[in-house]
Design a binder for this molecule. Structure first.
Ligand SMILES: *Cc1c(COP(=O)(O)O)cnc(C)c1O
Length: 413
């Protein structure tokens, strides 16, 4: 461990998350800037050869080379760790790169992962496809059935991987229960906290060992950059992940780190406001005669409503999905045309599969994000042709209701 450390911001004892979201980072430079500086530099200069040697030998903690150390990136890492309630955080170039870094740092050929079958599609491809080629096997299990996770454990299981709520059906898993079975089996629990962000859900408080973030979504919050991060104990970050970052280089650019750093300042108020709008929109959709079903954890009709309210500070989050009525009567092609009509009649929502933006986005999962699945796979996952996902932004909710009414109110009965 280094003897000389990079200084920390000094705070009164026990400042709260909203203060940390705005203030945690690094002390200002001698120039006294109030907004955090953007250090666009690939390397750092040492005062003399002996100091350079001490820094390269890790006897002195200092900035050396932006592939693994940069002040702007460190500010983002410290701030996100403070919000997640973990000792440390390491930034990565994307959410997928954070997962790559985690598996490279923790596992080896012969190890086994248990993962929810409802996680982000690229996560399924990375764990079940790419890593299988390197001898790491993954068993995919039900999102909500803890007994199925338990049954999937093997003596070589090292990692349980969960994501909650899921995209697009907002299924919620019990983080504390999964942490219990992971730890009893001597494995780690990783939680992809993309959908709630630390503003609504702190998996480390429920026993998760590793928290994955796509900074691309709510952390930036305005759809500008691709970014990722992995939060964990200092022992894991320093011992397992920094060495991989140093040699593998899935580094976050300082510019993108700066955008996310500033996004974190407004994260909590955005999440609360977007979640409140999503609840209003979901409540309106649920009573619409052309809507068969609404998936939203904030509704009492959601199968894991109580768990979600307990786990997510009483908020449903900003993503909801709904099924347009008519598959039973008209078949999948008929209801697909109805869903396309609803999407095409919108004048405000952006038609894009991205989420986590202040701009509301609308998408038809079965022909976009889940388009590569076969029809039976889609049916098994519940991604039917009538399903529409909305990631609610910060527009006036009455305008969003009117935007969806344009299509829903003009469907043939
Ligand atoms: C988008 C997303 C990712 C991947 O993040 P990128 O920044 O796009 O690499 C991972 N998990 C979830 C839940 C996501 O929504």
């Amino acid at each position: 461990m280094s003897e000389k450390k990079i200084p920390r911001v000094s705070f009164p004892a026990d400042v709260r998350p909203d203060t940390l979201a705005v203030r945690e980072g690094l002390p200002a430079t001698p120039w006294g800037e109030n907004s955090e500086a953007l250090f666009l530099t690939s390397s750092f200069v040492h005062p003399d050869a002996a100091t350079a040697a001490a820094r390269f030998a890790n006897e002195e903690e200092a900035f050396v080379y932006t592939r693994f150390t940069n002040p702007t990136v460190m500010m983002m890492e410290r701030r996100l760790a403070a919000l997640e309630g973990t000792e440390a955080c390491i930034a990565a170039s994307s959410g997928m790169a954070a997962i790559l870094l985690m598996v490279m740092g923790l596992l080896k050929a012969g190890d086994h992962i248990v993962c929810s079958q409802s996680v982000f599609g690229s996560t399924i491809k990375l764990l079940g496809g790419e890593f299988a080629r390197f001898g790491i096997e993954t068993t995919f299990v039900s999102q909500t059935d803890v007994a199925e996770w338990q049954r999937a454990l093997r003596p070589n299981t090292k990692l349980l991987f969960a994501e909650t709520p899921t995209n697009p059906l907002t299924e919620v898993c019990d983080i504390a229960a999964l942490a219990g079975i992971a730890h009893a089996a001597g494995a780690w629990l990783a939680v992809d906290n993309c959908f709630c962000s630390p503003a609504l859900q702190q998996p480390s408080k429920l026993g998760a060992d590793l928290i994955i973030h796509s900074g691309t979504k709510y952390l930036d919050g305005q759809g500008r950059v691709i970014a990722g991060a992995l939060c964990a104990s200092e022992a894991l970050v320093e011992g397992k992940f920094v060495p991989v970052m140093r040699s593998a280089g899935m580094s976050l650019s300082p510019f993108n780190a700066w955008v996310v750093l500033k996004g974190l300042e407004t994260l909590a108020i955005r999440m609360e406001a977007q979640s409140a709008r999503a609840l209003q929109l979901a409540t309106w959709l649920e009573q619409h005669p052309q809507v068969e079903r609404v998936y939203y954890p904030g509704l009492a009709s959601h199968p894991q409503h109580e768990l979600a309210m307990r786990q997510q500070k009483g908020c449903g989050g900003a993503v909801l999905s709904f099924i347009v009525r008519g598959e039973a009567q008209g078949g999948p092609e008929h209801v697909r045309q109805k869903a396309f009509h609803v999407i095409d009649q919108t004048q405000i929502c952006s038609i894009t599969a991205n989420l986590g933006d202040t701009k509301t986005t609308i998408t038809h999962p079965s022909s976009t994000s889940h388009g590569r699945l076969t029809e039976p796979q889609r049916q098994a996952a519940g991604i039917t042709q009538g399903l529409i996902r909305v990631a609610v932004g910060l527009e006036d909710v009455q305008d969003l209701i009117a935007d969806l009414a344009r299509g829903l109110d003009t469907l043939p009965a």
